[in-house]
Design a protein around this ligand. Structure first.
Ligand SMILES: NC(=O)c1ccc[n+]([C@@H]2O[C@H](COP(=O)([O-])OP(=O)(O)OC[C@H]3O[C@@H](n4cnc5c(N)ncnc54)[C@H](O)[C@@H]3O)[C@@H](O)[C@H]2O)c1
Length: 269
């Protein structure tokens, strides 16, 4: 049992976060910086301006931040991003968050093989390869670590027009359990967060696509689901997810591994 200060524990350690130019990833990166971590952000080149902005916010908390561009569809780029992180911030990788993901919204009968493959390559293969690349570095360092993945309430419940997305998130839950089993011996805990309806550009995209499918106006699909599904009465903010991640990587969660934890204001009930 440990009651050390969480900030003291994080100082001198690095957190690697994919897809942290905006949305949930940005909130996690900034929260981990406030918790004391230096942060390496892996996002795609078109997100550069947003990554630079996230870096500025992190530096305002007195922590180091770097951008290491990687498209998580390509495993080589993930490994290169981890190597660059260690080269520039030191061999202190302690937290890795495989957050990058996309949602594509289509009825199954309209899904092409390319559409399905893209979803799986980013949300699932991207996460698996990020977890393995990070764990290899953590094992080499010999000081344990915390590995976190982006699940969803869709890790537990499917939704119309989001079937390939839901399949990737169910698989994230399975992989989280499997990796936790193998890496506990190295002091690495593996968990995932399962948000509901978070106010990010991703949900704006879902809303626009659902408006086309459901023949409603933009904003209606999201507003309807927030009103009907979220028991706690407000849309989820990215910072709500970041709070859970902050807890999961801390010593307060020292007995938790292999879990995909829903944080959704009751939307999954
Ligand atoms: N928004 C929600 O309601 C919600 C709910 C449950 C789960 N999630 C999950 O949380 C994660 C983040 O969601 P968000 O809402 O912040 O999304 P977002 O679309 O707002 O942001 C995604 C980020 O990932 C980056 N990205 C996209 N493709 C990438 C790639 N191939 N390689 C590297 N980076 C890439 C984008 O540039 C962007 O910075 C996703 O995995 C998502 O599935 C989101």
């Amino acid at each position: 049992m440990s009651f050390a200060s969480p900030i003291k524990a994080a100082l001198g350690r690095t957190a690697f976060v994919t897809g942290a130019g905006q949305g949930i990833g940005r909130a996690i990166a900034c929260r981990l910086a406030r918790d004391g971590y230096d942060v390496s952000i892996a996002d795609i080149p078109p997100a550069k301006a947003k990554v630079d902005d996230t870096i500025k916010e992190i530096e305002s908390y007195g922590r180091k931040a770097i951008g290491v561009f990687a498209d998580v569809k390509d495993a080589k780029q993930i490994y290169a991003a981890i190597d660059e992180t260690v080269d520039r911030l030191g061999p202190n990788l302690f937290v890795s968050v495989a957050n990058a993901g996309v949602t594509q919204v289509k009825p199954l009968l309209e899904c092409t093989p390319e559409f399905v493959e893209n979803e799986i390559r980013i949300n699932l293969l991207g996460l698996i390869n990020t977890h393995i690349a990070a764990a290899k570095q953590m094992v080499k360092q010999g000081a344990g670590g915390r590995i976190i993945g982006a699940g969803s309430i869709a890790s537990y419940r499917t939704a119309n027009n989001l079937a390939p997305y839901g399949a990737t998130k169910f698989a994230v839950r399975g992989f989280t359990e499997a990796a936790a089993r193998e890496w506990a011996q190295y002091g690495i805990r593996v968990n995932a967060y399962g948000p509901g309806i978070v106010d990010t550009p991703m949900w704006d995209h879902i809303d626009r696509e659902l408006a086309k499918i459901e023949n409603t106006s933009v904003g209606e699909a999201k507003a309807k689901r927030v009103k009907n599904d979220i028991l706690l009465g407000r849309i989820q903010e990215p910072e709500d997810v970041a709070k859970l991640v902050s807890f999961l990587v801390s010593d307060e969660a020292e007995y938790i591994t292999g879990q995909t934890i829903k944080t959704c204001g009751g939307a999954s009930l």
